[in-house]
Design a protein around this ligand. Structure first.
Ligand SMILES: NC(=O)c1ccc[n+]([C@@H]2O[C@H](COP(=O)([O-])OP(=O)(O)OC[C@H]3O[C@@H](n4cnc5c(N)ncnc54)[C@H](O)[C@@H]3O)[C@@H](O)[C@H]2O)c1
Length: 437
């Protein structure tokens, strides 16, 4: 790890590699292209709009985060990726129907030039999709080698010196870690014999890390949670983070639950349902892919509310999450929450939340921030799991045995203190007794 203040400025180009170039990926790429031409504002991005307080409140130092730490600029980003559909990013963005034709028209040429490389795809991991733009290599190790070739070619062709990858592909079916995932040696042997427990996302993650590329996991897929790939991240000294972008309903949940708990209000029931009609919704209509998502969505309340420590308030909490595929809504998801609360002397109350959000509009700024912060972390000499990026994820990865921190505000404090620490700035504890001495 480098000493504070010694991280060099970001020079050259930063390659952004996206396995999966659907709604989220193309909304992100198009947004960066629009923002760097000042044709739209990158709202929702902490790296672009966020400030950070430094020192005492009386010092009035509150620079933009991008002024404190040497992040890559939007102009330095070059985009690439893989998809099983051959559509270029402009066509895919048109099909996703997230951004208007007016917006897309402004960057049509630049966006059309981003063409997906053939994908690593095994249909048993995403049952609702079939596509033609797939690699034909037979063994999983050969597929990993083909992805490594892609990365090297992408870097050469685009004169890129370093890359970050963010998985924006579909949610794979739920599967548990097995023997083949236990060590790097067993995993590599599994790649050679094409072990059925190695998913496409694991093949990409392996190949990318072998090429020194950090990997952020935007879906709830198992991928980098397996010991084998964590070992590879440590050995190759690359950064990993995950998993599952925290966007609509779970974002709200991790804002509201800490607030209710802070006031010691009880919760007896939390029922969450969603309707969405994009391709992600279609994939999640398959029960096995939904299972992966459900596990990711259910976990947050457990760690925020700690029912084992607060049995009176949360011991009987009934938490249910549903996602319904409903094509008329496309990417414009609607998430309903019903909370059955308990107050003073056990009196019941209710709260209803109806969030009419846009999935990819909430996810795109997360992708941007992850790209820039993962690159920063790599340049700072960090490696392995980047828990300080939990802020962006529904199921944050942690060191083995450590429970994840899901409270959005603790996650933000952790992120900002990490940035202060990187720069050798005083950490902010909010004690503030010195103002009264
Ligand atoms: N939008 C959100 O709010 C949000 C929040 C959390 C997580 N996510 C996750 O982000 C991912 C992307 O969401 P989206 O709305 O863009 O979905 P999408 O269906 O529009 O795009 C996913 C793309 O991945 C491609 N793909 C699937 N398997 C692939 C493989 N092995 N290699 C290359 N490409 C592959 C598909 O062809 C598709 O184009 C999903 O896993 C979703 O669950 C999204």
């Amino acid at each position: 790890m480098k000493k504070p203040n010694q991280i060099p400025a970001s020079s050259g180009k930063l390659g952004v590699l996206l396995p999966g170039m659907g709604a989220v990926a193309t909304t992100f790429v198009a947004g960066c292209m629009l923002a760097r031409r000042q044709l739209a504002t990158p709202i929702g991005s902490l790296t672009q709009l966020g400030r950070i307080r430094l020192g005492k409140r009386t010092e009035e130092r509150e620079p933009f985060i991008r002024e404190l730490v040497p992040l890559a600029g939007l102009d330095q980003l070059v985009f690439g990726g893989w998809d099983l559909f051959p559509d270029d990013a402009y066509t895919a963005a048109r099909n996703a129907e997230v951004l208007t034709h007016d917006h897309l028209g402004l960057i049509k040429d630049e966006l059309s030039a981003v063409k997906p490389m053939p994908a690593v795809f095994f249909p048993e991991f995403v049952k609702r999709l079939r596509g033609e733009n797939v690699k034909r290599e037979t063994s999983k190790m050969d597929l990993a080698e083909a992805v490594r070739d892609d990365v090297r070619r992408f870097k050469r062709d685009n004169d890129v010196e370093r890359c970050v990858a963010v998985w924006c592909g579909s949610t794979e079916v739920h599967h548990e870690p097995k023997e083949v995932h236990a060590t790097l040696a067993s995993f590599e042997a599994g790649l050679k014999r094409s072990d059925p427990s190695i998913s496409p996302s694991m093949v990409y993650a392996y190949a990318l890390m072998k090429e020194g590329v950090g990997y952020a996991n935007g879906a709830p897929n198992l991928t980098t949670e397996i010991p084998a790939l964590q070992q590879l991240a440590r050995e190759r000294q690359v950064v990993i983070s995950g998993k599952d972008f925290k966007t609509g309903q779970t974002l709200m949940k991790t804002m509201i639950a800490p607030g209710l708990k802070a006031r010691m209000l009880g919760i007896r029931g939390w029922f969450s349902t969603n309707i969405l009609g994009n391709r992600d919704g279609e994939v999640l209509d398959d029960p096995e892919s939904f299972k992966t998502k459900e596990v990711s969505k259910l976990g947050v309340l457990e760690t925020i509310l700690q029912p084992h420590r607060y049995p009176t308030l949360y011991g009987d909490l009934y938490h249910k999450v549903r996602i319904e595929y409903y094509p008329p809504r496309g990417d414009q998801k609607e998430g309903w929450d019903n909370l059955d609360l308990v107050g003073w002397l056990g009196y019941p109350m209710q709260m209803k939340i109806d969030f009419l959000c846009r999935d990819s509009i909430l996810a795109a700024p997360i992708v941007l921030d992850l790209v820039l912060f993962m690159d920063l972390a790599q340049r700072a000499g960090f490696s392995g799991i980047q828990e300080w990026l939990s802020f962006y994820y529904k199921s944050p990865m942690t060191a083995p045995g450590l429970y994840p921190e899901n409270d959005l505000f603790i996650q933000l404090t952790k992120l900002k203190n990490t940035l202060r620490w990187i720069k050798g700035e005083e950490l902010i504890t909010h004690v503030g007794h010195e103002y009264y001495e």
